[in-house]
Design a protein around this ligand. Structure first.
Ligand code: WT7
Length: 582
């Protein structure tokens, strides 16, 4: 059996051969990789990510941290990260935390937060990371439902020029719950345990962490991942999809509050011994050059981000990247939402200089790691396609929904039984004649006009291709005759006056007619200053649906907790009264 990932990456025929083998003989395939990746048979993530490297390359940087301002930068070697982790682990033990206990981590993107996750793993505690920008209310739910005995936090953080009072939020969230709080501002305050602290032995199926889904359409759900399957799948997908090697400098712009920040900021890259660049700021503070400056300074080779961030940066124009040296990049990636063609081309041309393949990776909190990605060379790239399955995974389409026909790949969350039932993803997708998959948005977001079912991303892709448009969201609103009609919300790259808005609206309609068909002609186009988004950057189309129907927003609804920019809702309601009727 052939397993050479380097070749798979460069030659579609070799990919195909390995893929077919992986589906035909899954046990053999996964066993081979399990033995290769875990030679010591130890499934403790802290051991795998730290001890193995600290022994051989203690001085190599594990983490390069950038703060909210340009001048804030720190380097943390593998030896130092191990020491930080041991100090926190000792303190957790001193506070009575043991194997199997649940620990909530509410911290900004710092080396301390990564050390905190690894410290939990070290003693076998189950971490439950929550985004540090959450309100006390959203935090309360997640601490309470995870039954955490302790919350790890910092006094305060700073993100996008705004102070985040983490400790204050955590205390407000805890109220009179019986939960301990540990401040991890200075790990050196925690004494080392003089070697008394041992690495907890973890079995393949022992639980490793829990995480709440982002809740873009449904209520956040608590997902469990276990040690062996999760590490095996995240490390393998990282190695194969991004062609990751120990000498790579990896920069993923997600946050540890999401699964991307678990799999592809923390566990997979450290498992494989890379240097990771982490950033606790936002791409636009103090200006739109943050990502590019970091890539230039650190000679980043793998850059993994999200479509919403790319669209935002693309709206600043090509000049905003031109003066940075991005020649170190070898592969780019995006995740979280459908990547529209315009943003894809911008990234491919201006950031990757037409040399770097773009890994449009499709996956979910539940899958632990990447399921679909264009696992082939740059010349076979198809903009807007997440393309093909990772080894061992058998996707298909059933009633327009992306399904996975097998459940025996190791990344799948332990919430699911590994039976022979189909895994339903909840996403609308299509597959072309080459067998390449294209994701068209959440099934719940599909718009049905006169019986024609349109994925939101099909429409948004056309709208976003216009130079004047920064980002858009298409939703269905009830229509007397058509069943549903299309309403488009759009943000623009520059301020437009009423005449300009009308002409852009006309242009949008013409393009949609040409590219999709007259059936998709929008009824209303609404220009707004900002789209409502989840904290992980997903557009909250369900809120737009309520506004589109002119219904009242229930600000107390559980669903509202996941919105980061609540204040834009009033502006959107106002803009709705000036909607351009087509
Ligand atoms: C949902 C999962 C997986 C890490 C971040 C999100 C959407 C994800 C893509 C992509 C189109 C995508 C899907 C999926 N999604 N990647 N490449 N193209 N849509 O994790 O919060 O669990 O969300 O994100 O709708 O179901 P999550």
């Amino acid at each position: 059996m052939l397993f050479d990932h380097e070749l798979a990456w460069k030659d579609p025929a070799i990919y195909k051969e390995i893929y077919v083998n992986s589906i035909a003989a899954p046990e053999k395939f996964w066993e081979y990789h399990q033995n290769t990746l875990f030679p010591e048979g130890n499934y403790n993530a802290s051991f795998n990510c730290l001890d193995r490297h600290a022994k051989i390359t203690p001085h190599k940087n594990a983490i390069i941290w950038y703060g909210d301002e340009y001048c804030e930068r720190r380097e943390i070697s593998y030896a130092r990260l191990l020491e930080m982790t041991e100090r926190i682990a000792s303190e957790l033990i001193r506070r009575g935390i043991r194997k199997g206990d649940s620990v909530t981590i509410c911290m900004p993107m710092t080396p301390e937060s990564i050390a905190s996750m690894l410290a939990c793993c070290r003693i076998g505690a189950i971490h439950n990371v929550v985004f540090s920008g959450f309100s006390a209310n959203a935090l309360n739910e997640r601490i309470f439902r995870s039954a955490s005995k302790i919350v790890l936090t910092v006094t305060a953080g700073s993100r996008g020029g705004k102070m985040i009072p983490s400790l204050h939020n955590v205390l407000a969230a805890i109220g009179d719950m019986d939960v301990d709080v540990l401040l991890v501002d200075h790990v050196d305050d925690f004494p080392m345990d003089d070697g008394a602290l041992s690495v907890e032995h973890m079995k393949y199926d022992d639980p490793m962490f829990t995480l709440y889904t982002s809740g873009s359409t449904k209520e956040p759900k608590r997902i469990f991942h276990s040690c062996g399957g999760y590490q095996l799948y995240s490390a393998m997908t990282f190695k194969y999809v991004f062609d990751a090697k120990p000498e790579d400098i990896h920069f993923c712009t997600s946050d540890i509050g999401w699964i991307t920040g678990h799999s592809y900021i923390t566990y997979a890259p450290l498992f494989l011994g890379l240097t990771i660049v982490i950033f606790s700021g936002t791409p636009m503070h103090p200006d739109g050059g943050r990502y590019w400056q970091i890539i230039e300074n650190e000679r980043v080779s793998i850059f993994y981000s999200a479509p919403s961030a790319i669209r935002c940066l693309a709206s600043l124009g090509e000049e905003s990247v031109r003066n940075y040296d991005l020649s170190s990049l070898k592969v780019l990636g995006c995740v979280g939402e459908p990547m529209n063609e315009a943003a894809w081309k911008w990234l491919f041309t201006n950031v990757g200089k037409e040399k770097c393949p773009i890994m449009d990776t499709w996956w979910q909190t539940e899958t632990g790691g990447i399921i679909l990605a264009p696992l082939h060379n740059v010349k076979y790239q198809k903009p807007g396609f997440a393309s093909m399955p990772f080894f061992g995974v058998a996707p298909g389409i059933e009633n327009e929904e992306l399904i996975i026909k097998n459940k025996n790949w190791p990344g799948l969350s332990s919430n699911f039984v590994r039976d022979d039932q189909i895994y339903h993803t909840g996403d609308k997708a299509m597959v072309d004649d080459d067998g390449d998959f294209k994701i068209l948005g959440r099934i719940d977001d599909v718009v049905n006009i006169c019986g024609h079912r349109l994925g939101t991303s099909e429409v948004e892709s056309v709208v976003n291709a216009l130079g004047e448009i920064e980002e858009s969201a298409a939703i269905g609103v009830p229509h007397r005759i058509k069943g549903q009609a299309l309403c488009i919300f759009a943000t623009t790259t520059a301020d437009l006056d009423q005449d300009q808005k009308e002409s852009v609206a006309k242009e949008i309609t013409t393009r949609i007619r040409q590219d999709i068909g007259a059936i998709a002609k929008p009824d209303k186009i609404v220009f707004i200053p900002e789209l409502p988004k989840t904290r992980s950057g997903k557009i909250k189309r369900n809120i737009l649906k309520i506004i589109g129907k002119k219904q009242n927003i229930d600000y107390d609804a559980a669903d509202m907790q996941s919105i980061i920019n609540i204040s834009c809702i009033k502006e959107i309601e106002h803009a709705m009264t000036h909607a351009i009727k087509m």
